[in-house]
Design a protein around this ligand. Sequence first.
Ligand SMILES: [Zn+2]
Length: 104
Amino acid sequence: MKCPACQKPPMKFGQFALANGPVKLRCQECNADLKGDTVVKASYYLTLLIAMLFSIQLLGFQQQGQLSWLEMVSGIILFVTVTLILKGALTWYFGSYIRDWDAK
Ligand SMILES: [Zn+2]
């Protein structure tokens, strides 16, 4: 992942992963406004969708009495964290950002 303006990573990988590979961001090195390409956008929305479906699924189990609240919540947190890191790594590798001249 490189900023097209300064050729440095626009943010740290940890921040990038935890922010779910943001569709738009500002380069921390040179303050350029950037927007993600198709890979970044697709993985961003796909992750939201999967996380939502997974949460609904777990909530269903919980309501049927198969999971305690604690198990459900830790399941969601674990799943989201693993997904964010794995997906973050893939997006970091395959995705890229371009200058967003429309920002501001
Ligand atoms: Zn930059």
